[in-house]
Design a protein around this ligand. Structure first.
Ligand SMILES: [Zn+2]
Length: 233
């Protein structure tokens, strides 16, 4: 039995298995690296924090507004109570009431602005929520396609592995060990075909004696340049 021929066939199957496994790894990486949903959720989180801050500001403005109004009422009541007769004191109170009224107006404007800001932010968060739903549906579709592809690949891989086991069973242990070592060293290519009396992998030409050996020997024969098992069909 020509070991080189069978190893070459085994290598073909191994290349298929490797290609399938690479794609499976790629699919797993695409799925695990997919941050679309996390990003959309993060945007909502940030928007919520901004809304909370706006609401807190509004509550503070309301409290301040109430306090200013109360102060105005109290001072006006005092002014009109008739109990304060000192003109300087009355003038000071009037001055304070005028200043408070300006602050009250400013506070009213700030509250209005805050309410408009809140409305804009709530609209924004609604849009972000809709966007999240769209993203979730897109991700579900794309991941389910990828999972479908992966399950097909796993089936194909299992078929190739069965084939590989059958092929490996018909090979000598020693040949298999050499093959396994070379396939690691030579980046997935342990067996090279001879094309035009040269090694297909590295291009090194064979001497007539080497060519003769490759064709006739039942022993494994190695490329003198790259060290791969040579196979002549
Ligand atoms: Zn070579």
């Amino acid at each position: 039995m020509n070991q080189a021929f069978h190893l070459y066939q085994l290598q073909k199957v191994d290349i298929q298995i490797n290609n399938i496994q690479s794609r499976i790894n790629e699919i797993d990486a695409i799925i695990s690296r997919d941050k679309r949903i996390a990003d959309a959720e993060e945007n909502i989180h940030i928007a919520r924090l901004a809304i909370d801050k706006t609401k807190k500001n509004l509550r503070e403005l309301e409290e301040t507004g109430k306090a200013i109004r109360l102060e105005i009422e109290t001072n006006e009541a005092a002014m009109y109570s008739g109990k304060i007769r000192n003109p300087k004191e009355l003038a000071d109170l009037q001055h304070k009431v005028n200043a408070d009224k300006k602050n009250r107006d400013k506070n009213d404007d700030a509250q209005l602005e805050g309410l408009m800001d809140l409305e804009i932010r709530e609209e924004e968060i609604k849009k972000l929520g809709e966007l999240l739903q769209r993203v979730q549906s897109e991700v579900a579709t794309s991941h389910s396609l990828l999972q479908g592809e992966k399950s097909q690949l796993l089936k194909q891989k299992a078929t190739f592995e069965t084939e590989r086991n059958a092929k490996a069973a018909s090979l000598q242990n020693e040949s298999l060990e050499i093959y396994s070592r070379l396939i690691k060293q030579k980046n997935g290519s342990a067996v090279a075909r001879v094309e035009d009396r040269a090694c297909e992998a590295c291009g090194a030409p064979l001497t007539p004696a080497e060519w003769q050996s490759v064709r006739s020997s039942s022993e494994l024969f190695f490329c003198s340049t790259c060290g791969r098992i040579l196979y002549a069909n």
